[in-house]
Design a protein around this ligand. Sequence first.
Ligand SMILES: *[C@@H]1O[C@H](CO)[C@@H](O)[C@H](O)[C@H]1NC(C)=O
Ligand SMILES: *[C@@H]1O[C@H](CO)[C@@H](O)[C@H](O)[C@H]1NC(C)=O
Ligand SMILES: *[C@@H]1O[C@H](CO)[C@@H](O)[C@H](O)[C@H]1NC(C)=O
Length: 504
Amino acid sequence: MNNNRKVEERFQWDQNAKKHSNISPTFPKLLLSSIFLISILCLFYTLSFSNASNSSNHQLSTSKTIRVISKEMPSPVSSPRGLNPVVKTNLHHIVFGIAASARFWEQRKKYIKLWWKPPRMRGIVWLDKAVKNGSSDEDRLLPPVKISGDTSKFKYKNPKGHRSAIRISRIVSETLRLGFEGVRWFVMGDDDTFFVPENLVRVLSKYDHNQLYYIGSSSESHLQNINFSYGMAYGGGGFAISYPLAKTLAKMQDRCIQRYPGLYGSDDRIHACMAELGVPLTKEPGFHQYDVYGSLLGLLSAHPVAPLISIHHLDVVEPIFPNVNRVQALQRLKVPINLDSAAIMQQSICYDKIRSWTVSVSWGYAVQIYRGIFSVRELEIPARTFLNWYKRADYTGFSFNTRPVARHACQRPFVFYLANALYNKDTNQTASEYVQHRISRSECNWKMADPSRIEKVHVYKKPDPHLWDKAPRRNCCRVLPTKKKGTVVVDVGVCGEDDVIELR
Ligand SMILES: *[C@@H]1O[C@H](CO)[C@@H](O)[C@H](O)[C@H]1NC(C)=O
Ligand SMILES: *[C@@H]1O[C@H](CO)[C@@H](O)[C@H](O)[C@H]1NC(C)=O
Ligand SMILES: *[C@@H]1O[C@H](CO)[C@@H](O)[C@H](O)[C@H]1NC(C)=O
């Protein structure tokens, strides 16, 4: 507690810069530390140089389009294909296949640019028709584009769907045939899917890429899952196919597609072939198809205790932050992702015992303050801030538990959205600031402290890149005492051994 308070006092939103401009007068000390720093830097340089040259010898191919020397590339690999299981899976081992169409390209490429990291990632955007490409500076920030092979000879007999489903289904095989080197996983996604690549790597590195894996997640819509299958990976949420599975699939996919002309989409065609191959879906709850309308607040603020990997249907759901457009909203989300990707959207719940408030933090996104004490059991269930895929507020339409949004004026939470986040080297902590989203609300006559006076919430947290190397557990939080007016200060971190949230 004491320690946390010190941290809080030390932290100032605008003082980081000032601190660095004050040059210390103690010259000899400075000289000594400079020499130390320089030698460390030299060592680093040598290490990373030898790393890079090794990896380019062993792993990287001659192909011009994919010559990447990743800083994250681990030390020498003995196997020529880079399939040595001892080397932990990193971004370079993943090749993306993005399904797009010429018609929406101008708009949708803005979404891809948000998460695509040009020198470190590999992949292709597959289009139906030619688009302007290759000349502008912007194109260098995007994956290379290609036009899918002709599929006119395939039968398509679904009355509701579109035959582009066949083209999109074949992206796995077409990407495989490009012959990228050292691939462990092919990851499919749509042009309106936002990925958190660091978390994708965290999840895929748990699995042996030398085996046959089909990894993804189902729909939020119970009816969609009944129509299609609970065992199908929904394409927009993104799914991963291990290299050997892609190879196996590619050998039979075209014949397999011909056996199912009546299916609707591309992902159910993949699923049908997976069923034939006998490979079941491995579900990872961080892939999000988001077959819903409205606000994602309820879903994102009660995210499963699993890394957030994707957000889909960006053009269907509202921007995740109010009063900005969809691209701006995701740009803001990237600030905390860059500081502590493992923690993004992770929920922690604690109490202000003095004022009898419940605080629910969704790290990097939003904080909600409730009057009164709510159990964790209740708050870990997403509130229905969204409609189902048939635009109804019917709770039986979801494939998971939901709870109603409180109607009673006193029970409605106060929502604070992320405004900014930064990292303090001295304390090895991030500080994220959340500002109250003011909405008109009816009078509450409960005789208790009123959260409407709170302007901001400050959350302190140590980045924890190894969070998901351990068994999943929700983070713990504590409301800290503060003298800052109109501010609630919260500390979020790994729970202590005996940390349980008890109300008494
Ligand atoms: C990219 O542009 C070139 C012409 O500059 C064109 O021939 C090619 O088809 C385009 N590719 C795509 C995928 O639009
Ligand atoms: C799913 O089933 C419902 C109810 O039978 C139907 O109205 C809807 O059109 C179906 N959707 C698809 C994509 O088949
Ligand atoms: C910061 O704390 C995390 C979690 O304890 C640790 O993994 C990381 O190495 C620390 N970083 C620094 C720079 O001390």
